[in-house]
Design a protein around this ligand. Structure first.
Ligand SMILES: Cc1cc2nc3c(=O)[nH]c(=O)nc-3n(C[C@H](O)[C@H](O)[C@H](O)COP(=O)(O)O)c2cc1C
Length: 196
């Protein structure tokens, strides 16, 4: 089984990067393969140009999809599952990942009649967040984030989907250090048990 990992964090020195690497180690330990798109490292272009916008606005299958977008779509269709790993930025995905959805979820691939995107078996969304779970419950923000990514962006494009939040990970919080090993162990085990 192959997993496509879409990772978005601008820094090599981040908690989120450790989560990614531990998850990958878990996946490898279980003998599964993965493909990685490291969106900042790839310098993935996130702004649509006018031709891309017009393609989506007019549902025009005649306008070709750019090569960098096609490459991402091919990675999806060559996989059985998709995993997103990113930090919460302003109660959403980082702009880099939002732009990935804007450009990769094209008409004829991710939506519209006769879409060519394969229905994936599973999706997992792993996010790091500075705030704590009590704050998320009180404000309803986590619920809102979940609805957008799981119910709208992923929708019926995957059969089963789950979101895991590693909370209280701001650098100034003692919880960041305190929960570090526990969180990384969870990321490893999530990778190791991904297909169970
Ligand atoms: C621009 C920016 C916006 C952020 N917005 C939020 C937010 O809305 N909610 C939240 O819980 N954390 C927020 N954070 C905190 C990140 O999620 C935090 O960087 C992460 O949890 C810490 O892990 P890291 O070492 O991987 O960056 C924000 C951080 C940055 C840099």
């Amino acid at each position: 089984m192959r997993i496509f990992i879409v990772y978005a964090h601008p820094s090599e020195d981040s908690f989120t990067r450790h989560i990614r690497d531990h998850f990958i180690r878990g996946v490898e330990s279980a003998g599964h393969s993965y493909i990685l798109s490291d969106l900042y490292k790839m310098n993935f272009k996130t702004d649509m140009n006018e031709a891309e916008y017009l393609r989506e606005a007019f549902y025009s299958l005649d306008t070709p999809v750019p090569d960098d977008v096609l490459a991402e779509q091919n990675k999806i269709n060559a996989s059985d599952a998709i995993v997103f790993i990113y930090p919460v930025f302003w109660s959403d995905v980082p702009a880099k990942l939002k732009g990935w959805f804007d450009r990769v979820w094209t008409y004829g691939f991710a939506y519209g009649l006769n879409r060519s995107m394969k229905q994936l078996e599973k999706a997992l969304v792993m996010v790091s967040a500075g705030n704590n779970s009590e704050y998320f419950d009180r404000t309803g923000l986590l619920d809102a984030m979940k609805k957008v990514i799981l119910n709208d962006r992923l929708f019926d494009r995957v059969k089963t989907k789950e979101m895991i939040v590693f909370d209280s990970t701001s650098r100034e919080l003692p919880e960041r250090k305190f929960n570090w090993d526990k969180h990384l162990r969870r990321a490893f085990e999530t990778g190791a048990k991904f297909w169970q």
